[in-house]
Design a protein around this ligand. Structure first.
Ligand code: ZN
Length: 288
């Protein structure tokens, strides 16, 4: 049976990037608590801006839990020094996730190094994918040793050059099977409706993933037209993704975790935080 979210407000998690332009993280957490949102997925820069210890204390005192921590990844580089620096940074991200009690670290794996700032250092996406595989393998050793599951988030192929060269659920699960063939729970995926809704293989791959690979589920909506490749995500119900159908597949595969609302949107960033959070709650209940 698919869960009725209107009866389960405790399943709503707020990815705190959704209101990142409105307020610092401590104020976002306060606003969540005031509305009964007890789950968040914060970003590293938001945590750092307030202070890791301060946020750790705040969520402990308020009884807030994490549904994930954003993000590790960006494993690709032009040389050995860059590759090692990426591994160091992922180690720090794993430690922070541990400090905050996150159930997983979300990985945006990286793509052509330098592309994000407009100057890709190479164009070999096959090389990028090999570096990603090696980077996840290396990080997985450390993540296992401290008990922090890694969740690979496949991104829509429009971001294959600059953010993530893992672009389908199938590709992410192939990596999981190669690096964690025993399905130990140490490696899985963060499934984001925005990135995967279009995929003709989606249903079969969600079933293949199963509960032990599905570590997180993110929702928003795909607007028509989409005006910006990064910052024009829609509120659930405002676009074309059949969110309930998608969640039915995810839950049929055994997923019982939170439903995380994650928008990057210039339109929603320009509204008051209270309005955005209230709308997130309402749409979570009615259309997610
Ligand atoms: Zn996401």
């Amino acid at each position: 049976m698919m869960r009725d979210l209107s009866c389960h407000p405790e399943l709503l998690s707020l990815n705190t990037a959704t209101v990142r332009k409105q307020a610092p993280l401590d104020a976002i957490i306060e606003a969540c608590v005031a509305r009964g949102i007890g789950l968040i997925d914060p970003w590293r820069d938001q945590v750092q801006a307030v202070g890791l210890e301060k946020i750790a204390r705040q969520i402990r005192d308020a009884g807030v839990k994490l549904s994930g921590y954003c993000r590790g990844g960006f494993f690709t580089a032009i040389d050995a020094v860059g590759l090692a620096a990426a591994l160091d940074d992922n180690r720090r991200a794993i430690d922070e996730a541990k400090t905050l009690g996150s159930p997983c670290l979300v990985l945006v794996v990286g793509a052509l190094p330098g592309a994000l700032t407009g100057a890709p250092a190479y164009r070999d996406i096959g090389l990028a994918r090999a570096q990603v595989r090696d980077g996840i393998a290396a990080s997985l050793d450390y993540a296992r040793s401290v008990g922090m599951p890694l969740a690979i988030e496949p991104l829509h192929p429009m971001q294959a050059a600059d953010r993530a060269c893992v672009n389908t659920l199938e590709q992410a699960l192939d990596l999981c099977d190669a690096l964690d063939p025993g399905r130990t729970g140490a490696l899985g995926v963060a499934l984001d409706a925005y990135h995967v809704w279009w995929d003709p293989k989606l249903a079969g791959q969600i079933a293949r993933a199963g509960a032990d690979r599905l570590l997180a589920y993110h929702v928003c909506d795909w607007l028509v037209p989409t005006r910006d490749l990064l910052n024009d995500r829609g509120m659930m119900g405002d676009g074309v993704i059949e969110l309930k159908k998608l969640r039915a597949m995810v839950e049929a595969a055994g997923y019982r975790g939170p439903v995380e609302v994650e928008l990057f949107s210039d339109a929603w960033w320009s509204k008051p935080m209270a309005d955005v959070l209230d709308t997130c709650i309402e749409r979570f209940k009615s259309v997610a």
